[in-house]
Design a protein around this ligand. Structure first.
Ligand SMILES: *Cc1c(COP(=O)(O)O)cnc(C)c1O
Length: 408
């Protein structure tokens, strides 16, 4: 639609443009966020161009120091993506062929692909149906003599149950790699995601809570030797002067990303607060119209600080796909994270998992929907999302209950 409307436009046309009652609601929209910090971002980009240092360098070192301070880790090592952060972590631990790594089947693909790329075998164990995170007892039960590491994911912005997982890991002398890609700023017993294990992996993919202007990632750790090895591994294993102790990756953080991320990090907590306020408001709006009978809303567990990278509801009665289709038709942004659990992915068929083996992960994949939650979402647009949900259930009921009554 053209931005310039004729002066003689009718009230109806005007309403169609500005009325939040009919305007589409995107799942995520970062334009308002950018506009709120535009001068600082432009200054940062300008500074990088004036210096003409684009890979690693001072901008990256400064941002690494900011991140180390933010999560309270001793070391922070930037790299090219969250995916590479995970792979580099496994490489730094020397994990490879013959090794097993325990993780969740209900996550983004990279959580498991890094294990395969390191040459090891992913061992999937089931999740908790409320938090969608790894069940500590299931982790414990999967440990054997080949187990070399555990990768819990802090899914949707809420940390996994780290105390029991850490205890298990310590008892078995296993390192823990936190996949904190969705959980920057999330807390557990007052500590930040990223310092709850041996290493913490972050992603700066644009839709993460701290998003760059492209790909980026980072690893946090308190272990000096691991930090040094990670720094070497991200530059081809070079320990200086083109001397290679081992074969690494080319996986560096760009100065442009670091400069942009350093600006955005200063606002991260206020954006996370905005997401949390939206979550509270959804809870109130959804309960108020009685839809909490038909939807299971996300729950912040005790001692957690949830940062809602996604706001994921569970649709009861096997109606998820109908609700999804109706929301889409009404112009309401929504998505399924994740429709196919990792143990059911074709590329992992050699691992020989069967449908039904990890029932909670499979059920979550069939029942959940993510709704818009970004900080700049306004109350009127949230109301529109909830109205969309009401319409969806009304439509479904009209289709299913009325014909049944007629038949009776
Ligand atoms: C986004 C994400 C990753 C991968 O991060 P990239 O920066 O996109 O490579 C890994 N794990 C989880 C859980 C993610 O959400």
């Amino acid at each position: 639609m053209s931005k310039i409307l004729p002066l003689s436009r009718s009230h109806e046309a005007q309403a169609a443009v500005t009325d939040p009652g009919s305007a589409p609601v995107p799942l995520i929209d970062l334009v308002d966020q950018y506009h709120s910090i535009r001068p600082e971002i432009q200054e940062a980009v300008h500074r990088v161009f004036e210096r003409q240092t684009f890979v690693l360098g001072e901008e990256v070192e400064n941002f690494e120091a900011d991140m180390a301070r933010y999560v309270d880790a001793r070391y922070a090592i930037g790299c090219a993506s969250g995916t590479d952060a995970l792979l580099l972590s496994l490489m730094a631990l020397g994990i490879g062929p013959g090794d097993e790594v325990i993780t969740t089947p209900y996550s983004f693909f990279a959580t498991a692909s890094c294990i395969v790329r390191a040459g090891a075998r992913p061992v999937f164990v089931d999740i908790d149906p409320v938090s969608y995170n790894l069940r500590p007892e299931a982790v414990e039960a999967a440990i054997n003599s080949r187990t070399r590491a555990i990768i819990p994911v802090h899914l949707y912005g809420q940390t996994a149950e780290m105390d029991p997982i850490w205890r298990t890991a310590v008892n078995h002398h296993l390192p823990v790699i936190e996949d904190a890609a969705q959980a920057i700023g999330a807390g557990y017993n007052g500590r930040q995601a990223g310092v709850l294990g041996t290493m913490g992996c972050f992603s700066f993919f644009p839709t993460k809570n701290l998003g760059g202007a492209g790909d980026g990632g980072l690893i946090t750790t308190d272990d000096r030797e691991l930090a040094n090895r990670l720094k070497r591994l991200r530059v081809h294993g070079d320990f200086g002067g083109y001397n290679h102790l081992e074969v690494g990756l080319n996986s560096r953080l760009d100065a442009l990303q670091a400069a942009v991320l350093a600006v955005k990090l200063r606002y991260l907590d206020s954006w996370s607060e905005g997401r949390r306020e939206n979550a509270v408001r959804y809870q109130a709006m959804i309960s108020e119209c009685g839809l909490d009978e038909r939807l299971e809303l996300p729950r912040e567990l005790p001692c957690r600080h949830h940062v809602y990278n996604q706001y994921v509801v569970r649709v009861k009665e096997g109606l998820r796909d109908d609700v999804l289709a109706s929301l889409k038709k009404q112009g309401i942004g929504c998505a399924i994270y994740y429709p196919r659990p990792l143990h059911m992915q074709e590329c992992f068929s050699n691992l020989q998992y069967r449908a039904g083996q990890l029932p909670e992960a499979e059920k979550a994949a069939q029942e959940t929907i993510a709704l818009p939650i970004f900080a700049e979402l306004r109350e009127d647009r949230q109301a529109r999302v909830v109205e969309g949900l009401r319409n969806a259930f009304a439509e479904i009921d009209a289709r299913t209950i009325l014909p049944m009554r007629r038949a009776a």
